[in-house]
Design a protein around this ligand. Structure first.
Ligand code: FEO
Length: 402
């Protein structure tokens, strides 16, 4: 049973939805699944754009057969060799030895490293072009979005850009395909941000470079390898990508992240949330660092401008789950945030200073001048420090909104 859809005249989506993988890359939970998108163009020559994860090969191959309908497969363009897209490549070659493979030089290196093989190949790079008949293509290399080897392929005839991982998202399509068939703000914004920030967050400068090139191209439709195809509101996703990849907060909100062994630090974090909300700021979220997967914390950290970190002292350092979160922020190049500190310790509170040592590895991290430090459990002094920290948060938000 084939499950395909027409994207534009002669171009078909032949991808698959994955509801079987619980943890993407064995790191990131994907409770709503993910799609692996692949496309076929029926021109004077036929062209396949990327493949899918091998676990779904039978469905994908059915889709491919259905669309080809007996025609040979003339070309396979591989924009990205990561196995979530390319692990069915060899099976396609076995079935279609007539196909010529088009990819980048580094892409073909990776192909060999993954032990895939093909005889007929064309190596392309930025500035190279190709024609399948009526359709003409231009290639643009996209190093580090998200591996070193990807490229984007622009069909200059109709403005369709095959953008590899760029503009992709977690979350299975489940029958939807285009941005105008979903409520993106409601259903896709969080998985889209969580995908981009966790998968490509470290390489914001490279995404920025892609956006600069994209601005010069006559793009009408974005066909990524995950998530919805953008055909209506391209400006929306380009703006989001611009913010995420430039580490610019999407919203002037507050994220309070706490670690708490016995509940005392948690109570102070919750009190701070209440104090901030009572001062008129409603975009306040509170997260337990011990039971929230890192990918959600990273996504929220990319969303808001203010991050409050509340940590017990543990082995004279930062509470380990909080330390993991901070180290992940460093690894993903987090920048341009205002940070507030809450520390707790029973005999030697040092978590505040130790958190700053990690935070100082990031660019443009500004500290609020009010901080909270208490020993074991909060008292009246803590109340005053929490109120002062809430004042500082609100003042900072108002200043940034000016
Ligand atoms: Fe969706 Fe970098 O692979």
């Amino acid at each position: 049973m084939a499950n395909v859809r027409e994207v534009v005249k002669d171009l078909y989506w032949i991808g698959v939805n994955d509801h079987r993988t619980d943890i993407f890359e064995r790191i990131h939970p994907i409770p709503e699944g993910v799609s692996y998108n692949s496309y076929v163009l029926l021109d004077e020559k036929t062209v396949l754009f990327d493949t899918v994860d091998f676990e779904f090969a039978p469905y994908f191959l059915d889709n491919l057969d259905h669309v080809l309908n007996g025609r040979p497969l003339d070309y396979i363009i591989i924009n990205h060799w990561e196995p979530d897209h390319a692990s069915t490549f060899q099976e396609v070659i076995l079935r279609h030895p007539e196909a010529t493979v088009i990819s980048t030089e580094k892409g073909f290196y990776f192909m060999t490293q993954f032990n895939y093989h093909c005889e007929k190949r064309i190596t392309v790079g930025t500035g190279d072009t190709f024609s399948s008949g009526k359709h003409n293509f231009a290639f643009v290399q996209m190093p580090m979005v998200h591996w070193p080897e990807p490229m984007a392929t622009l069909d200059t005839t109709n403005g369709v850009l095959f953008s590899a991982d760029a503009f992709g998202s977690f979350k299975a399509l489940d029958g939807h395909l285009f941005d105008d068939e979903v409520d993106w703000d409601r259903d896709w914004l969080e998985p889209g941000r969580r995908y981009l920030t966790n998968i490509v967050g470290k390489y914001g400068a490279y995404v920025q470079a892609v956006l600069k090139v994209a601005a010069t191209l006559p793009i009408k439709i974005l066909c990524p390898l995950h998530g919805v195809i953008w055909r209506k509101n391209l400006g929306y996703i380009l703006d989001k990508y611009d913010k995420w990849s430039s580490y610019t907060p999407e919203d002037n909100g507050v994220m309070i992240v706490y670690g708490s062994m016995y509940g005392n630090t948690e109570q102070v974090a919750l009190k701070l949330a209440s104090e901030i909300v009572q001062r008129g700021v409603t975009d306040v979220t509170v997260w337990d660092v011990s039971n929230t997967h890192m990918s959600y914390l990273i996504s929220e950290a990319f969303r808001v401008g203010h991050i409050i970190l509340a940590s017990p002292t543990y082995n004279l350092g930062v509470y380990p789950p909080m330390k993991n979160f901070l180290n992940d922020m460093v690894a993903l190049n987090m920048q341009n945030r205002t940070v507030g500190i809450i520390e707790n310790g029973t005999w030697a509170p040092t978590s505040g200073a130790e958190m700053k040592k990690i935070l100082d590895q990031m660019f443009n991290i500004f500290y609020l001048d009010a901080e909270v430090s208490f020993m074991s459990s909060p008292d009246d002094t803590t109340d005053k420090e929490v109120a002062a920290l809430a004042d500082a948060v609100v003042a900072s938000i108002e200043k940034q909104a000016e």
